[in-house]
Ligand binder design. Sequence first.
Ligand code: PEP
Ligand code: MN
Length: 360
Amino acid sequence: MENNKQLGKWLSDMNLGYPLTIAGPCSAESKEQVLEIAHQLKNTKVTVFRAGVWKPRTRPGSFEGIGAEALPWLQQVKKETGLLIAIEVANASHVKLALEHDIDILWLGARTTVNPFAVQEIADALKNTDKIVLVKNPVNPDLELWIGGVERLYKAGITNLGVIHRGFSSYNKSDYRNPPQWQIPIDFKTRFPDIPIICDPSHICGRRDTIETVSQTALDLQFDGLMIEVHHNPDKAWSDAKQQITPKTHNEIITRLIVRAKKFKEPQYIDTLELLRKKINETDKSLIKILADRMEIVKDIAAVKKERNVAVLQPDRWKEVTNKMTIIAKKANLDVNFVSRLFKEVHQESIRQQEKIVND
Ligand code: PEP
Ligand code: MN
């Protein structure tokens, strides 16, 4: 899959000149609803109309989608507005129905990507299709599982591929419904630069007021497009009401978003950037050297602990380190949470190294 320019051709062939915009309701609810939203989105910077026909719900009892009955409504949307149509498929029978109704884009949902059996079933049902197939990241932060999903489709002869980043579920309370963990999509992009990557801020945010900020971050990270849930009457939506926005708000957001150039064009800026990057490289080298020095001291400590048969973890000492670092970080204008996360990693590695020595 690496270095296969063919994979992103479907998107460059669209010749949009701006990020791909997919918009539409979380769920198709009625023919009137999908047509109303689609007509309001027509003539804005939207290329693809999305709607969930089968809805994978965390708990039973919520609205599980209209099902196949909604497919002709979407065909009508396409006929009346010229928008391409995208739906989620979760098994072979969904695929069969989607193909029969000439749906343009099929996506695998986050709860499907986690399951290689389900992904394989869909890949087999889609074998050699020229439809565009997008793979959402799995609900859990597992890059290999996400890549594996795309590979299964690729092996089934599907080359019009893309991925959607919709954040990762977390047990911890946070401002996000699904924290974005940007490093994961960045890692995906670094490994597969030819596969278009689209951000779904709606499922990341789970609320309306942060969709614009997350969308802007995605564009700043060179995402190729956005998939946003849009409803003509968001508060009354049958699913994901809190995160849906009106077509009007959507258009305002899309218009305000800044699309930055992918690269510097002016030579003087390229030189400045080069210089700053050299400085960063030197700083990074020092950082590694300092970490290595610290680890050597840790090993000496482990040797003493082993000799005296003292436990590796010394909770009071760890508390002291954390407290000190918080004060120093504040003084150095560094984000305290960032420093805390960093030191937790360092401490974990320090314990791993000490365990090796003590139990040798
Ligand atoms: C959706 O797009 O409506 C959806 C169910 O998303 P996810 O699979 O990302 O939860
Ligand atoms: Mn949804």
